[in-house]
Design a binder for this molecule. Structure first.
Ligand code: ACO
Length: 335
């Protein structure tokens, strides 16, 4: 089997927070944030919005574009590190889409690399296990884990969701050309949101007695980030990964129409484009309005590019995700 992308969609929360708004919470200003990151606004969940609602809205738009009925989906891959349910958000998406037949739905946790991993998993399931219509959703509500008192990290993130429908096709129409994937667990010290140290122990002692009453409840810390190290890692590893994926596909940088990177920081995007010698007109950016939306950023920017008419059918896209783990990876695909 081949596989191809046949639809995309995205959704963002209602509440917009500008750099000036953030300057009322932490010691920062619009000039610093926009010149260091390229970000001016971000959307965050408020009131009773949740991640599932956003993901379902993005998924419905992708299905509508693909002209595929929810009941024709046989696999849902929910790429998120901030699920509404710790046990998995995928099955909830299945329910909210009104899919009553038996399908497989599960989560992929790989922070900002999540969507690229989802695409690769979709291709593997289609090629190896005969799935026909795979919904890949990248959705994150990083605002849930941001330390809103840390000006070094809270200015970067926003919430959102993006989705694509990957469909089985004839091998001649195959539109997912090649991938390249990595992780480096040593780098977890540079970017993480782990169990709080005070909560990391177990509830019972080895004799089976409860250590405290009421029993302790696990809780995760806010995002801990060494921005400079993450920046260096991205600039070094992402170009290598894209070159490796291109070479596996027998392509060169000159054969790509668009460079679509995880939207973390405009200086990272420009740095990678410079190293690869990709002209600035071929670089997709939308982080000015949304900040870093983690697993959602690539499908959100793809959707915006497609719906605005910038990205056209048949064009070749080199995409890369990178972030916590550390994880990073690239995919070369045709829209
Ligand atoms: N406003 C004003 N000043 C600030 C702010 C702020 N929001 N944040 C930091 N500063 C100050 C610092 O305190 C420092 O002051 P000092 O020189 O007096 O000590 C100065 O600005 C420079 O700070 P740096 O941290 O060196 O600034 P840098 O140029 O490295 O930019 C940034 C920081 C924007 C975080 C950058 O390092 C970056 O974007 N890194 C990548 C982070 C990233 O993409 N993370 C997400 C990965 S995806 C995922 O998986 C979740």
């Amino acid at each position: 089997n081949g596989c191809k992308l046949v639809g995309c969609g995205s959704a963002v929360p209602k509440l917009q927070i500008s750099n000036d708004d953030l300057a009322k919470i932490v010691d920062t200003n619009d000039e610093w944030i926009s010149s260091r990151t390229g970000i001016r606004n971000r959307r965050v969940l408020s009131g009773n919005e949740n991640l599932t609602t956003l993901a379902v809205e993005a998924a419905r738009k992708a299905l509508e574009m693909a002209k595929v009925d929810p009941d024709d989906i046989d696999l849902i891959l929910m790429c998120t590190s901030t699920p509404d349910d710790l046990f998995g958000n995928g099955p909830k998406i299945q329910k909210e889409l009104g899919i009553n037949k038996s399908v497989l739905a599960y989560d992929i946790t790989a922070a900002c690399s999540g969507f690229i991993l989802g695409l690769i998993s979709a291709a593997s399931h289609i090629r190896g296990s005969g799935f026909r219509n795979v919904l890949v959703i990248g959705a994150d509500a990083i605002s849930r884990f941001v330390d809103w008192t840390d000006r070094g990290s809270c200015i970067l993130f926003g919430d959102g969701a993006g989705a694509v429908l990957v469909q089985a096709c004839n091998p001649e129409e195959d539109g997912l050309f090649s991938f390249d994937l990595h992780s480096d667990g040593d780098g977890i010290r540079h970017l993480n949101a782990t169990l709080k140290e005070s909560e990391a122990g177990n509830a019972f002692d080895p004799n089976g007695s409860l250590l405290d009453f009421p029993p302790r409840r696990s809780a995760y810390s806010c995002i801990q980030m060494n921005g400079k190290e993450v920046f260096r890692f991205a600039i070094r590893k992402v170009p290598q990964s894209i070159e490796s994926a291109l070479s596996k596909a027998g392509l060169s940088v000159s054969s790509i129409d668009w460079l679509l990177l995880h939207q973390a920081n405009e200086r990272i995007i420009d740095g990678v484009a410079n190293r690869l010698e990709v002209a600035s007109e071929k670089v997709i950016k939308n982080l000015e309005n949304y900040g870093n939306t983690s697993a959602a950023s690539i499908p959100m920017a793809l959707d915006e590019g497609v719906r605005s008419g910038k990205i056209k059918k048949g064009q070749t896209i080199a995409s890369a995700g990178f972030g916590a783990g550390l994880t990073w990876g690239s995919a070369i695909f045709r829209w």
